[in-house]
Design a protein around this ligand. Sequence first.
Ligand code: GDP
Length: 340
Amino acid sequence: MRFFRRSSKVAEADAPAGAPVAEADAAQLEEEVEQKTEQALQRTKRGFFGQITSLFDRGGDIEESLWEELEELLLASDTGLPTAQRILEEVRGRVEKERIKDAEQVRAVLKEALLEILNAPQPKGRLWTNGNGAAPPKPAVILVLGVNGTGKTTTIAKLARAYQAEGATALIAAGDTFRAAAIDQLKEWGERIGVDVVAHQPGADPGAVVFDALSAADGRGADVVIIDTAGRLHTKFNLMEELRKIRRVIERKEQSAPHEVLLVLDATTGQNALIQARAFTEAVEVTSVCLTKLDGTSKGGIVFAVCDQLGIPVRFVGTGEGPDDLAPFSAEAFVEALFR
Ligand code: GDP
């Protein structure tokens, strides 16, 4: 398993007795994540963040203009005002306290401040939180939310594929019954990646689709059920009611589920992504964020805004349009890539 925690079944089957599989796995996963993150951040690095890091290359004394330029560049990279200010305060505070005099040294302080922001959100979900070592629930239930066009369908397919690649059996529930195209698109993806899709007719009750999918998962012994939902934010009230109802259907079937509520946000929409996120979090508790199209933006600063202003951990980033273009989010890999 490269992507998620091994199901104990797969781990036992693959591992020779006593072999340090976990360690080798972790090292390889880390390398893959670094590579994907680095690739996805090419534009961001050529954009405003590149200018931020080169602010410090010139060295010399720290002047007021350095802080002004830093704030401007942070804002231009989409961190948003509150987050830009928080970063500046933290960095300036430490520079003063530690009597740092050289601009080049500020770079290291900035790096730490950025890392701190990315690591700040408390883990909320039950699947992708590191380290507790417990076997994942079966089936693991993932409810996926997001506005149409953000890349929700593609992300669901990528996730399902990642699970399958690790030996888990995934099942997709086509819970966006509002758009016929959404159902068709999921079915196409399902065929392409070899994952079953439970779907009803367009216009059917999404709750019924979810109920069927969960029953099918029980019947087939599926490891993970990934549930698509509608994303028409212009009828906000109805949508939020629908999401609450889907949640209730899931809870009635399995009290501990959904084990993750994944909100898909499009990195290229900047501050709009935050507005969408706030609308969703009012309706249901979001436990994780997937930030898509990171490869398509020069303003990677939105990642900091999501962590800082929403307090929800970013778990995945979309790094392209292909089925394998999804990377688990690593704060360390992200910040390293920005400054490399
Ligand atoms: P949905 O309406 O939210 O379900 O969005 P789709 O999954 O249909 O995606 C909308 C568009 O965004 C499609 O053209 C996808 O190929 C594209 N897309 C999704 N994720 C990514 C990503 O991480 N990177 C890039 N470059 N494109 C993406």
